[in-house]
Design a protein around this ligand. Structure first.
Ligand code: SF4
Length: 243
């Protein structure tokens, strides 16, 4: 089953979901957002990357801020960078991929599509402010971008890169069947969570210390033994009912 345009959710929500389901619900159901130093630095870094349009380096065509969409996964977003590497031009699929690439770039406001005469292999590159983190949040985000590009360009993308600003290093990520499955499952879970309209209760954990929503979520206060929690909920309800 494919999603419709109206169902699309942001690729970035996958990271929120994998970090903490409650954070994901607070942002994508309750529409709450709060910025801390980490999110501000990340936002500024992405804005800088998106300022560029396109360039060609060592025969690699580089497109910035490329719009993405997958109706299969129900996701939409913007890739920081998509590199188009020259492949051996071959067969009939060259023209169809070139046409798809030109249409993709034309879609971006103000961009001038200039199809090349060779088949090119796309590789997404995602910029990250810090250094590589444990877990697979970043890899899932990058893989989701690749799955969008595969659907849009009718091609296969074996790998991409995560660029970490702290040490200025690229980490190559292979889009193997396991990562593709984790990404597909996360997209499905995201749609189920948003469709439920329910925000999970907080569970205080070490990740809360770096969460930008910690002051809105109140995990230490709300993640209490049942009796204390009931007392607090009752107090909040009474407060809301007081004219
Ligand atoms: S403070 Fe903790 S429980 Fe609350 S949204 Fe952030 S990570 Fe999740």
């Amino acid at each position: 089953m494919n999603y419709t345009e109206d169902d699309l959710l942001p690729i970035s929500a996958l990271q929120h979901l994998l970090f903490c389901q409650r954070q994901c619900a607070l942002i994508h159901i309750e529409r709450l957002w709060s910025e801390n130093r980490l999110t501000a630095e990340g936002r500024i870094m992405h804005e800088r990357v998106h300022e560029a349009h396109h360039e060609t380096r060592d025969q690699v065509r580089v497109e910035y801020a490329v719009p993405l969409r997958s109706l299969r996964l129900g996701l939409t977003g913007i890739a920081d960078v998509v590199e188009f590497h020259l492949d051996n031009p071959s067969g009939d699929d060259r023209s169809s991929q070139e046409a798809a690439l030109a249409a993709l770039i034309r879609k971006r406001k103000g961009a001038i599509a200039k199809p090349s005469s060779h088949r090119r292999r796309p590789r997404p590159v995602e910029y990250k402010r810090g250094s590589a983190k444990p877990g697979h949040c970043d890899k899932v985000q990058l893989c989701a971008q690749a799955l969008c590009l595969e659907e849009m360009l009718n091609t296969e993308i074996p790998d991409g890169d995560l660029y970490y600003g702290k040490n200025r290093r690229r980490l190559n990520v292979e889009f193997d069947s396991e990562l593709r499955q984790v990404t597909t499952d996360a997209a499905e879970k995201l749609h189920l969570l948003v469709a439920s309209g329910q925000t999970p209760r907080p569970v205080y954990a070490s990740r809360c210390d770096s969460c930008s929503l910690v002051n809105l979520c109140l995990p230490k206060t709300l993640d209490q033994p049942r009796s204390v929690r009931r007392y607090l909920e009752k107090a909040i309800l009474q407060d809301e009912e007081t004219p």
